[in-house]
Design a protein around this ligand. Structure first.
Ligand code: AMP
Ligand code: GLY
Length: 453
């Protein structure tokens, strides 16, 4: 066992909302030395760290390694899935240094849906019935023979896109054509998973895993559709909350026993040690919880309410997880509820205009009442050459409130979000409605939904 370095120099990879939440929590650690961040990170991250001049393309790993040596970096925290799929964790390992995230073979759970499906079958992990195909004609024949609602998924990484939830066989055939023949997602669509459509509430269960020990974090839910009442096209996430009252102890016990433990064990039997975050996207169906997908990183925007509530020293927690010592880390949560409301640029999830000046961020942070807190996490923001804070993407902020219960956290987050002003700004006021029972307009029947946009 190696004590967590003190001070511990950290390189945080990633540029968005999730990474601002991680940077904010890392900053609270008394052990944090230099926090290196990407020069192209959002303005919130840039304000908390030192921009690094490290070479970050997959081809430059050798140079990145010597950069880490020269700058005495102890811990690298990998936010997004791209570098994990590129094998960054395998490439950077060195004595005295730890890389938070799974090795490439373990990250396959996210970047290869066919692999994940096969592993779940083999380990009897509950998931939608489905099959993988790399041959278009075979996939087509399979779809033609089914008369149940289907979901078609490109197997590779598509930045949250590449999943089509279909109402009927014609939509499923059209989706197959788009993914496999027209290659709308490029090579990610060289193979597909075709599976039954599940019905129920979705829940995100994230766990820290160090190879053997699994620490399940408080469960979250997110809202993917752009419009209030869960209407309109899907997005990268319009808001999230933690904890969700849907997760009874029984449900969480079932997910641990039937999903997380068998998954980590199945990998280990194949000689693959999973270290990092295992994120199970679950559907709570009438037949029990079933896995929709695995991610092998923190979720966005789930990380915002998770970090707002996490108690303990994140440098220490990530260091110990990466080193197989998670049992010695202290992880607990603030009893308050957290609600994250995403403030977006007009036009999102379609085309947006960047560079709009932003006002009201400090004012937003003051929306909290006694015993409450507001944290304005940045997502797509930048500082322009004149030094002004401007928009730089579709999702601009994840305004996160901590309050006594979810209903109050939603009210506070909405009030704070309202105080942030830029041309075209909009947000959903109903984050949490699925469990609060407000403004619950059911999804319209029928139309195909393209996930992520
Ligand atoms: P995935 O990337 O596999 O999680 O899919 C993204 C989204 O598509 C999920 O969050 C669900 O909303 C939806 N989805 C995926 N698989 C299914 C399924 N089998 N049944 C119903 N919805 C699904
Ligand atoms: N919130 C969904 C994701 O991070 O993939």
């Amino acid at each position: 066992m190696h004590d967590t370095p003190n001070p511990c120099n950290v390189l945080l990879l990633g540029t968005g909302g999730r990474e601002h939440a991680l940077a904010w929590k890392l900053r609270q650690s008394p052990r944090l030395g230099t926090l290196w961040v990407q020069p192209d990170a959002n303005a919130g991250i840039r304000a908390l760290g030192t921009p690094c001049d490290a070479p970050l393309t997959p081809r430059e790993r050798f140079f990145l390694k010597s950069w880490l040596d020269r700058n005495d970096v102890h811990l690298v925290v990998v936010g997004p899935e791209g570098p994990l799929a590129d094998g960054i964790v395998d490439d950077l390992a060195a004595p005295g240094r730890r890389i938070f995230g799974p090795v490439r073979d373990a990250a396959r759970l996210e970047f290869d849906k066919a692999f994940a499906k096969g592993m779940m079958k083999q380990a009897s992990v509950p998931t939608a019935d489905g099959r993988s195909f790399s041959n278009y004609e075979q996939a087509r024949a399979f779809v033609e023979a089914r008369d149940v609602p289907l979901v078609i998924k490109a197997t590779g990484l598509c930045a949250g896109k590449g999943v089509v939830v279909c109402a009927d066989r014609d939509e499923a055939l059209a989706a197959l054509e788009r993914i496999m023949r027209l290659r709308e997602f490029g090579n990610a669509g060289a193979a597909v998973v075709v599976e039954e459509r599940l019905v129920g509430q979705e829940m995100s269960v994230l766990a820290l895993v160090d190879g053997r020990t699994i620490t399940v974090l408080d469960p979250c839910q997110d809202h993917k559709q752009v419009g209030e009442g869960d209407t309109g096209p899907n997005t990268g996430g319009m808001g999230s909350y933690c904890p969700t009252p849907l997760a009874s102890e029984t449900v969480m016990g079932e997910i641990s026993r039937e999903v997380l433990v068998p998954t980590v064990d199945a990998l280990r039997r194949d000689g693959i040690e999973f270290r990092g975050v295992l994120y199970a996207g679950m559907m709570l169906t009438a037949g029990g919880p079933k896995v929709l997908e695995f991610n092998t990183r923190f979720g966005d925007p789930e990380t915002q309410p998770l970090m707002a509530r996490l108690q303990g020293d994140l440098v220490d927690i990530l260091w110990k997880t990466a080193g197989g010592e998670l049992d010695a880390a202290e992880v607990s949560f603030d009893p308050r509820a957290a609600c994250c409301v995403v403030v977006c640029s007009g036009g999102y999830p379609g085309k947006v205009t960047a560079g709009r000046p932003i006002e009201g961020v400090e004012d937003a942070a003051r929306a909290a009442g006694p015993g409450e807190e507001v944290i304005v996490f940045h997502a797509g923001t930048a500082i322009n050459p004149d030094g002004a804070l401007v928009t730089a993407g579709g999702r601009v902020f994840g305004v996160t409130a901590l309050a006594g219960d979810l209903a109050r956290a939603q009210v506070v987050a909405n009030e704070a979000a309202r105080r942030i002003r830029f041309e075209g700004a909009f947000f959903r006021r109903d984050i949490g409605h699925r469990v609060l029972g407000t403004a619950a307009t059911p999804k319209g029947p029928g139309t195909a939904v393209w996930v992520g946009a």
